[in-house]
Design a protein around this ligand. Structure first.
Ligand code: SF4
Length: 225
C-alpha cells in the first residue's frame, strides 16, 4: 500500500451510510416527548412485514462521523437517537455511539434485537425491538442480547394480534424482563386496535408499559418526524 492510500483508509474507517438526520420529538420509549435529534443509518438485514421505515433499506449517503456530530450539535438538543434500519448492521455505529456519549448527549439506540449488542457503549440506552411471530422475523431474535440489558434499557414488543400478545406475555414472564429493564407493548397501527391491547394488559395485570407512537399521532409518520 502506498503512503498516499493511508489517509483514504483512515477516512473510510470514520464514515457511516446515513439515510437522514432530523430534529423532532421522541415518539416512543422512556424518552418520549423530548426534543431529539435522530440519526437514521441505512440498511437492515430483516424484513418485518409491518416495517414503517423501508425507505432506509437502501440508498443513503456516506457521511464522516465528525460531520454527523457537527449536524447533531447544530440542533442544540440534549437527546440523540441512533436508529435505522438496523443501525448495528454498520459496525462503525459503535464508534458513533461512543463519540455521542463522549460529547455529553443522552443517547439511545433503537435496534432490532437480531444483532449483538454486547459491544454497545454502556452509557447508551438500548431499545431492543424483539420480533413477535406476526412480524415474520421472530426466528432472528438473538436471545443472548437479553444478558446485556441494563436497568435503563427497554425491550419493545410491536404486536399485531392476540397470538403476538400471548407470545410477548410469555417472553416477559420467562425472562423476568420487568425486573431487569422496561418492557413495552405497542400495537401495529391499523392492525391491532390500541384499546384492545390496553384491555388485555390490564386484564392480565402485566408488568409492562403500553405505548402508542407519538410521531404517528402528531405527524402521521411522515419522514423527517
Ligand atoms: S428491523 Fe426495523 S427497520 Fe428492519 S425490517 Fe424490521 S422494523 Fe424494519
Amino acid at each position: 500500500m502506498s503512503d498516499a492510500a493511508l489517509p483514504d483508509a483512515a477516512d473510510a474507517a470514520q464514515r457511516l451510510r446515513i439515510t437522514e438526520i432530523f430534529h423532532s420529538l421522541q415518539g416512543e420509549a422512556d424518552a418520549i416527548g423530548w426534543r431529539t435529534v435522530f440519526v437514521r443509518l441505512t440498511g437492515c438485514p430483516l424484513r418485518c412485514v409491518w416495517c414503517d421505515t423501508t425507505y432506509s433499506f437502501h440508498g443513503g449517503e456516506w457521511r464522516d462521523i465528525d460531520a454527523i456530530l457537527a449536524e447533531v450539535a447544530s440542533y442544540g438538543a440534549r437527546h440523540v437517537c441512533v436508529t435505522g434500519g438496523e443501525p448495528l448492521s454498520q459496525k462503525r455505529c459503535l464508534i458513533l455511539l461512543e463519540r455521542l456519549c463522549d460529547a455529553g448527549y443522552e443517547v439511545s439506540l433503537e435496534t432490532s434485537g437480531a444483532l449483538d449488542v454486547s459491544q454497545v457503549d454502556a452509557r447508551v440506552r438500548k431499545v431492543l425491538d424483539l420480533k413477535a411471530p406476526d412480524s415474520g422475523e421472530s426466528a432472528r431474535n438473538l436471545w443472548s442480547n437479553l444478558e446485556h440489558l441494563q436497568a435503563a434499557d427497554q425491550v419493545k414488543f410491536v404486536l399485531a394480534s392476540r397470538a403476538d400478545y400471548d407470545w410477548a406475555r410469555d417472553v416477559v414472564a420467562s425472562h423476568d424482563l420487568a425486573a431487569r429493564c422496561m418492557p413495552m407493548f405497542s400495537p401495529v397501527q391499523g392492525t391491532l386496535a390500541p384499546r384492545e391491547l390496553a384491555d388485555w394488559i390490564v386484564a392480565d395485570r402485566l408488568p409492562v408499559r403500553f405505548q402508542m407512537q407519538l410521531h404517528k399521532l402528531l405527524w402521521n409518520d411522515s419522514p423527517g418526524h
